[in-house]
Design a protein around this ligand. Structure first.
Ligand code: ADP
Ligand code: ASP
Ligand code: MG
Length: 407
């Protein structure tokens, strides 16, 4: 008998009919002789609705603790509904919230990290023959406060539960048939990958391919959890995310990702002397704001410009924090641009190949796409461009790197 964790995303639990459909799949898995733990997201659109409510009630400055109590509530609805449906179909099911399981996290409200999971209760209920249905996206801190894991975080709940239970594998059911060379909803020529390595998936997810939450891939890699990304609406086996093996081709470029959720901040006329960068960035990191790309221009007459990106959800707080130190440092102006997009090409084979970056720049030049920022790592090259070029940039790169053909 295997232990299987199945996670269903928002579109898979969007209404009662869809919940009845996934109930059938869960029952089938159970009847095949497996122990099944189901992790659910909130019904489609619900988390966004709750976030909007928190923002309008607070002018975008809701207290973190209260924000998490509100936005975690969507999952309470979906898990209880599925359990009611499963019970109605003659199967014993039990819903559990994060704090009931004891999914312990740190205290970073809105973006908490899982520290440990107590598997006692889940294991006991499985032994009693129940299907256990756990709320994704939420946990509890050491003082008993509810926390949430960041948008898309129920993938991470599922993989973390699979790792703690030493489950045989984790299935992530969503609205596409697997992991593709790029977002299949943005480009119809995207090709489905049968297998993808943890590292490649980590790069894609980190670059914005939201099919998997980046932290879920980190955990899957750390604990060796095989993850299948599959569609709730088909029987296709999907994509296996696993450790790199020799029958995985080391493509130079294996995928193109985009991230529309970034914002660019430019601080002009910054005195070019030691300690200034620390003064600007320390308040941001103290408030758990992640700074992604950073560029510092060459110094001229003792002054320089600094440009960097943060997540759009953090822009209000970043403005407040930077305004507070700007006067003290003596910067002349700060500009904010939310109309940007980060486009990345990803591939483990890049480590041993040159020319990927120059090809990317040449493709953008040909299309008249201006590059605003560039960053490179061993297996990823990212460019920030104006948001209006997102689709065009993804498609021309996908074509230029020949990703639609089976190699
Ligand atoms: P869920 O609600 O099931 O968690 P998400 O919306 O979070 O689903 O993730 C699935 C979506 O990810 C797909 O609908 C697709 O548009 C998007 N996506 C982005 N990049 C990729 C990719 N490389 N492969 C597959 N899907 C991708
Ligand atoms: N419901 C949460 C969200 O919409 C978590 C998830 O879907 O993974 O972000
Ligand atoms: Mg998701």
């Amino acid at each position: 008998m295997a232990v299987i964790v199945q996670k269903y995303g928002g579109s898979s639990v969007a209404d009662l009919e869809k919940i009845q459909n996934i109930a059938k799949r869960v029952i089938q898995t159970r009847e095949n002789g497996n122990d099944v733990v189901v992790v659910l997201s909130a019904m489609a659109g619900e988390t966004s609705r709750l976030i909007q409510m928190a923002d309008s009630a607070s002018g975008g400055a809701a207290d973190g603790r209260e924000y998490d109590v509100l936005v975690s509530s969507g999952e309470q609805v979906s898990i209880s509904l599925l359990s009611i449906v499963l019970n109605g179909m003659g199967h014993k099911a039990m819903s559990l919230l994060g704090h009931q399981v004891k999914i312990l996290t740190n205290k970073i409200y809105g973006n908490a990290r899982i520290l440990s999971i107590d598997t006692g209760l889940i294991s006991d209920e499985l032994k009693r023959g129940k299907i256990v249905v756990v709320a994704g996206f939420q946990g509890v801190d050491e003082d008993g406060n509810i926390t949430t894991l960041g948008r898309g975080g129920s993938d991470t709940s599922a993989v973390a539960i699979a790792a703690s239970l030493k489950a045989d594998f984790c299935e992530i059911f969503t609205d596409v048939n697997g992991v593709y060379t790029t977002d299949p909803n943005l480009y119809s020529k995207a090709r489905k990958l049968k297998k993808v390595s943890y590292d490649e998936m980590l790069s894609l997810a980190g670059a914005g391919a939201k099919v998997l939450h980046p932290r879920s891939v980190e955990l899957a890699k750390a604990y060796g959890v095989p993850v299948y990304v599959r569609s709730s609406f088909s029987e296709d086996m999907g994509t296996l995310v696993t450790k790199e093996d020799k029958d995985m081709e080391r493509e130079v470029v294996s995928g193109v990702a985009y991230d529309r959720d970034q914002a660019k901040i430019t601080i002009s006329h910054v005195p070019d002397k030691p300690g200034i960068a620390a003064k600007l960035f320390t308040p941001l990191s103290d408030h758990d704001i992640i700074v992604d790309m950073i560029i510092q221009n060459a110094s001229s007459k003792g002054y320089t410009d600094l440009t960097f990106t943060v997540s759009q959800k953090d822009i209000g707080e970043a403005k407040r924090l930077l305004d507070a130190v700007a006067g003290d440092i003596g910067v002349s102006r700060i500009d904010y641009d939310e109309n940007i997009s980060k486009i990345s090409v990803v591939g483990v084979g890049m480590q041993s190949h040159s020319g990927v970056a120059s090809k990317m720049f040449a493709v953008f030049a040909e299309e008249g796409i201006n590059i605003l920022m560039i960053s490179t790592s061993e297996i990823k090259i990212s460019c920030v461009v104006a948001a209006k070029y997102t689709e065009l940039a993804v498609r021309v790169l996908h074509d230029a790197f020949g990703l639609e053909q089976e190699n």
